[in-house]
Every structure is written in structure tokens, then in C-alpha cells.
Design a protein around this ligand. Structure first.
Ligand code: MN
Length: 460
């Protein structure tokens, strides 16, 4: 049966307007005033906002780190996402066995996600070594719908500058997006050892050992490497600092192209004081990059206002408190990551509104831009005729976030006590109501793997 969403205030990046939406066979068929509701299921959206289903392009579901495993699998993680209004994720996958192919890990993730995910999903490939075979393999993955790949400038599987350059040249040729975790590995490793040797093993030293310069230096180096390679699509994940963002702004000013900037909810709402909490409370917030200072938070919000930041994602990577507490005598032992896939949209709309950032702008960062950059647009990320009918109805009412009203498998939320002004009311995925009246109305495995295209609609 067709569905009509009646009289909602539709928010799109370019404009907002009140209209009806006719959904037929999973797609948006018509948008207009006074659409006929004959033989249609009608959803009354009067007094509600209608925005595109959220697109979170940075999650880590079922991530296996060897010594720790993330607590949300593709079922609980996507249930949490759906309750928060996110209808598509692109997951950053784990490293595989040494020397494994790119496809090996993608295949593994297809197994992890199928029959479990309740929202649509894709994966970013990940580089953990570089040789001719691996570089050539990118083309094959593009045919499989995997059109972006992550590289790390730190951690055990980091690439050297020489390897990064090889990847960038090939990415330029193939047309894929390279997502990069930018931190200066040498500085971070040195500072961690330096602090712990001096007995500074508390969570705050997680932040002290990853100062903003480590991020800014890596971003700057990466941008110059991409210049050498002729500017392939280069996407910085989880930019957390004013300094880092300034490197991106400066590069664009001097003509650097195809550079995209992501930040995450936590870097827009939490500060490093969180590491100073009593009784190992700070361990809850161990993640890389770490939480920063108030001035960084505000600089990132200005970046959103001025479109210097393109995407707001989550880096959803939840662990239980018990796992976090392994780091009580040495912050380096605690697994890094926090939950956030459920909180993103309600918190960002609320905090953005406080700063008088238009909802249209925020929707572009939460749905449209990530879809455009990662080859999901116009299927996802926008309310337009022909797009998948992935949309959410939001109502304006106050709600306090607490562990009790979360839906993931974790046992805490990093945003406990946050009061939000917007609540996700109804979630529609490809025309099906998957959440209504706070109830899940979808069966396990209803989410589909979405083959992505190479970026035809870059945001800048
Ligand atoms: Mn991540």
C-alpha cells in the first residue's frame, strides 16, 4: 500500500517547506500540496519536522580488536541507530589477518551484517599494507560497491608516507575516496611512554599525550601528499581540533581540492574535563582522538556554520564499563571508543539550534553531505522524487538522555543528562515504518547492503 506523509515541515539542505510526501514501492513518488490519500496509509506530520533518514558514515559495529570486541553487533548497533533516526550506516571495518586482501575483510563483514542489520549499510575498505595486488584490488571493490577506503597514520597497521602516496595516486586513478585517521604516530607514541614512565597513568594523560598539534601536523602532511598525487578525494575522519580544521581551511584557500572534513558528536559537545572524573569515570571517554578544549568545540561549530565541516558522524564504538575499567592503572590499556550512533541527530539538532545554526545546514551534515561524498546520493540523504523513502519525523519536545532510554548493547551513554529539544518520532526506511511510538517494527536482517558509486556528486 502507498503511504502519504501529510503536512510535515520538510527540511532539505537548500530549503524548508510544508508539503505532503507520497511513497510508493520504497521510493518517494510525489512531493506536493494536498496529495490524494485515497487507498493510502496516512501518517499525519502536522507539527512535525520531516528530514532525510540520517546517514552515519563512521561506525564500528562488531569491531574485533583482538583483546576487546565492541559490544554492539550489526543488530543491536543498527537498532540503536534506528531509534536515533539513522537509516544508513557506512561502517569502518576492522583490520584482518596480516597480509589479507581488501576483499577478505569485506567478505567477513558481509557475514557479520547480513541477517542482522535492520537499516541499510555499506562498508569502507581498509588498508593495512600496500603492494601492487592490493592497489589493483581497489578497482574490483568498486565493482562490488565499495568506493572508499580507510588509511591510518597511527596504530600498528599505519601506512608510511611512501605507502600513503601510492594509495593516493591509485585512488586518483580509480576515483575512490580515501578516508584518513590523521594523528602523528611518532609524537603520540613518544608522549604516551613519556607520561606513563613518570607515573602519569590517569585518563587525562590520554588527552595530554595526543595534543592538538599531533592532529594538525598529520592533516597538513596528508594534504600535501594529496597535492603531490593530484588531489584524489580525501576525507578526514573525526577532526577534533581548531588547529586541525584550520589546516583544512588554509589548504582550501590556497587551492587544495577534493578535501572533506568530518567531525563527530563528541567533539561538538564534550571536553577533556571528562577525563578528570572520580573513580575512573574518565575511562568512559577514552577514544582517539581524545576530547578537546572548549575553544576546539566552538571552532568546530563555527566550521559547521560556515560549511568548513562537511559531515557530522559518530565513530560509534561502544565498550562496556567493565572493559573500560581494564585501564584503571594505565589509561593505555582501556579500549578506545564510545557509543553515539543513537544520540547524534537529536543532540546535534538541539546543540546546533542553541547556536542558531539553521536546521537545513545541520541536515546537510547529518544526511545529505555524507551521502554525496560516499556515493549514496541521491538514493540516500535527501527527500526528493525518486530517492529511497528513508525519512524521519521529529517532534519538538524535551527529553533527557540516559542509559535507561538507550537501545544499544552498551551499559552507559557518554551523553547522560543531555536535554534534547527534538525527539525522533517515526522512522521510515524504504517506505516501511521501522519505528513508531517508541516501538521497533522491523525484523532482524531487514537492512540491505547498498552498493555505492564513486563520488559523482562531491559537496565541494
Ligand atoms: Mn573510528
Amino acid at each position: 500500500m502507498a503511504t502519504v506523509i501529510k503536512n510535515g515541515l520538510i527540511i532539505s539542505p537548500e530549503k524548508s517547506f510544508r508539503a505532503d510526501i507520497l511513497i510508493e514501492k520504497e521510493k518517494i513518488k510525489k512531493i506536493g500540496k494536498n496529495l490524494s490519500t485515497e487507498e493510502c496509509r496516512v501518517i499525519d506530520a502536522t507539527d512535525k519536522f520531516v528530514i532525510p533518514g540520517g546517514v552515519d558514515v563512521h561506525t564500528h559495529l562488531d569491531l574485533d580488536l583482538g583483546n576487546y570486541r565492541v559490544v554492539d553487533d550489526f543488530y543491536t548497533g543498527t537498532v540503536a541507530a534506528a531509534f536515533g533516526g539513522t537509516t544508513t550506516i557506512v561502517d569502518h571495518i576492522a583490520f584482518g589477518p596480516k597480509n589479507c586482501s581488501l576483499m577478505f575483510q569485506i567478505n567477513k563483514y558481509h557475514e557479520l551484517a547480513k541477517d542482522k542489520a535492520i537499516i541499510d549499510y555499506s562498508f569502507h575498505g581498509v588498508f593495512q599494507h600496500v603492494n601492487e595486488d592490493i592497489l589493483e584490488e581497489m578497482k574490483k571493490l568498486v565493482r562490488e560497491g565499495i568506493t572508499s577506503f580507510k588509511i591510518y597514520m597511527t596504530y600498528e597497521n599505519m601506512l608510511t608516507d611512501e605507502e600513503i602516496l601510492k594509495v593516493l595516486f591509485k585512488a586518483k586513478e580509480v576515483g575512490v575516496v580515501i578516508a584518513v585517521h590523521a594523528e602523528n604516530n611518532g609524537a603520540v607514541e613518544y608522549l604516551r611512554e613519556y607520561y606513563v614512565q613518570k607515573g602519569n597513568n590517569k585518563p587525562i594523560f590520554h588527552a595530554r599525550s595526543r595534543p592538538d598539534s599531533t592532529e594538525a601536523e598529520a592533516i597538513n602532511r596528508m594534504i600535501y601528499l594529496s597535492e603531490i598525487a593530484g588531489y584524489p578525494h580525501l576525507y578526514f575522519v573525526h577532526v577534533s581540533t581548531k588547529k586541525g580544521l584550520e589546516e583544512i581551511i588554509a589548504a582550501r584557500k590556497r587551492g587544495a581540492r577534493n578535501i572533506y572534513c568530518e567531525t563527530c558528536t563528541q567533539y561538538l559537545t564534550l571536553t577533556e574535563e571528562r577525563y578528570l572524573g572520580e573513580d575512573c569515570e574518565g575511562l568512559k571517554y577514552i577514544m582517539a582522538p581524545p576530547l578537546r578544549k572548549k575553544e576546539d568545540v566552538e571552532a568546530l561549530w563555527e566550521g559547521i556554520r560556515n560549511d568548513h565541516v562537511d559531515v557530522i558522524a559518530t565513530d560509534h564504538c561502544p565498550f562496556k564499563l567493565e572493559q573500560k575499567l581494564q585501564g584503571k592503572d594505565d589509561f593505555r590499556i582501556a579500549p578506545g571508543g564510545i557509543p553515539g550512533v543513537e544520540e547524534r541527530i537529536e543532540i546535534i539538532l538541539t546543540e546546533g539550534k542553541k547556536r542558531k545554526i539553521p536546521l537545513e545546514n545541520l541536515v546537510s551534515k547529518l544526511a545529505t553531505n555524507p551521502a554525496r561524498i560516499y556515493g549514496l546520493y541521491p538514493k540516500k540523504g535527501i527527500i526528493e522524487i525518486g530517492s529511497d523513502a528513508d525519512l524521519i519525523l521529529l517532534k519538538e519536545n524535551k527529553k533527557v538522555i540516559s542509559t535507561n532510554n538507550r537501545h544499544g548493547a552498551g551499559d552507559y551513554t557518554a551523553y547522560a543528562g543531555f536535554e534534547v529539544d527534538f525527539s525522533v518520532d517515526t522512522v521510515i526506511q524504504r517506505g516501511n515504518i521501522i519505528i513508531e511510538d517508541d516501538k521497533l517494527l522491523v525484523t532482524k536482517g531487514a537492512g540491505l547492503f547498498i552498493k555505492r558509486e564513486t563520488a559523482k556528486y562531491p559537496v565541494r
